[in-house]
Design a protein around this ligand. Structure first.
Ligand SMILES: C[C@](O)(CO)[C@H](O)COP(=O)(O)OP(=O)(O)OC[C@H]1O[C@@H](n2ccc(N)nc2=O)[C@H](O)[C@@H]1O
Ligand SMILES: Nc1ncnc2c1ncn2[C@@H]1O[C@H](COP(=O)(O)OP(=O)(O)OP(=O)(O)O)[C@@H](O)[C@H]1O
Length: 307
């Protein structure tokens, strides 16, 4: 790779599901203590990046309804850049700029973690392109300041999560097919977490010292109980879906995932969905597709450097 005329590299930013989501308490800063299992979906936004001279961060494809300065893509790039300049890392500070393009397919505000996933992809990809060599732990710590869901996308393995979602233990849930359906409502995460009626005292799950033995079907999503009370559209779609497959809300909603053994069956039920419901079919995966993209880039960089 030469330092002039840089090319664009492409990286996935996958969706996540919360296979269950228990709220077991609340910290004094207002953040909720959770227990959840994160699994990724092989359904991703695509982010293309090339490093540039100087230090400007340019998002060439704005996202409708999200201001440039508020976009988690721009915030993540700036956060890493400032961190590297402040810490005086041995990076080539002449090349700490980036041009970025995103092809967005993940519905926003659906509980699929799209914004957090975009931020994590930027942190991991720029760390590699800028040859900053920060560890995954350092990147996850930086990412946590952007959102509670960013660390899981940085680590990239399916996990049982505690704390605010950042204390992770690897787990290997079945990699099923999912139909993900979005009721026609937009739900802000903050509005659910600040609602007085949210259940915040679910008992800690008991694994009998073996996370693998946890029966996910016996767990639930504490946010779902509140959301279906507040949003009849979600209650209605969920009632429809459970007639066909085990179905549950992810995160603070509004997306609902329905589990199937085969892609064909998931697609069949998708074709029956009431009109006007946005949906997609995807496979649950225990390793984020971003990990192999980063690994490939590292290999390419090593080859180009003549190792
Ligand atoms: C619901 C989940 O998606 C489950 O994975 C996450 O907990 C939310 O993660 P996120 O969207 O990255 O959340 P943040 O951007 O950090 O916070 C959004 C809002 O939710 C509240 N929030 C978030 C996470 C958490 N454990 N407790 C909270 O009370 C925050 O106070 C904030 O008002
Ligand atoms: N790059 C981005 N992609 C999506 N949303 C973004 C981005 N940058 C900022 N946002 C803001 O974040 C909000 C939440 O979007 P996101 O798709 O992450 O929601 P979500 O899936 O409900 O997240 P979570 O499950 O983490 O609560 C959006 O409504 C938007 O205003």
């Amino acid at each position: 790779m030469t330092e002039t005329n840089q090319q664009f590299y492409s990286f996935p930013a996958p969706a996540k599901l919360n296979l269950f989501l228990h709220i077991i308490g609340q910290r004094s800063d207002g953040y909720h203590q959770l227990e959840t299992i994160f699994q990724f979906l092989d359904h991703s936004d695509t982010i293309e990046i090339r490093k540039t001279q100087g230090n400007s961060i340019e998002l060439l494809t704005p996202i409708d309804g999200v201001l440039h300065e508020d976009n988690l893509i721009v915030k993540a790039a700036r956060l890493l850049q400032n961190h590297l300049l402040k810490k005086n890392h041995s990076v080539n500070s002449l090349f700490l700029g980036a041009q970025i393009k995103i092809t967005k397919i993940l519905p926003m505000g659906g509980g699929l973690g799209g914004g957090s996933s975009n931020a994590a992809t930027i942190l991991l990809a720029l760390n590699t392109l800028w040859q900053a060599n920060l560890s995954t732990t350092e990147l996850a710590k930086l990412g946590l300041s952007l959102g509670a869901d960013v660390p899981i996308f940085i680590y990239g393995f399916a996990a049982f999560a505690e704390g605010v979602g950042e204390e992770l233990t690897a787990v290997y849930p079945e990699e099923s097919w999912f139909l993900v359906s979005k009721p026609n409502v937009s739900i802000s995460t903050a509005s659910i977490f600040t609602d007085a009626d949210l259940t915040r005292n679910t008992a800690k799950v008991n694994f009998n010292d073996d996370i693998g033995k946890l029966d996910i079907d016996l767990c639930h999503n504490d946010c779902q109980t509140l959301v279906i009370k507040k949003y009849p559209e979600v209650a209605k779609l969920l009632a429809w879906l459970v007639e066909y497959a085990p179905s549950r809300m992810t995160g603070t909603g509004a997306c609902i995932f329905s589990r199937f053994d085969t892609e064909q069956e998931a697609c069949r039920i998708q074709s029956l969905l009431p009109s006007g419901i946005i949906s997609f079919v995807a496979k649950g995966v225990n390793t984020s597709p971003l990990r192999s993209a980063i690994k490939n880039l590292i290999t390419l960089q090593a080859e180009n450097a003549g190792y």
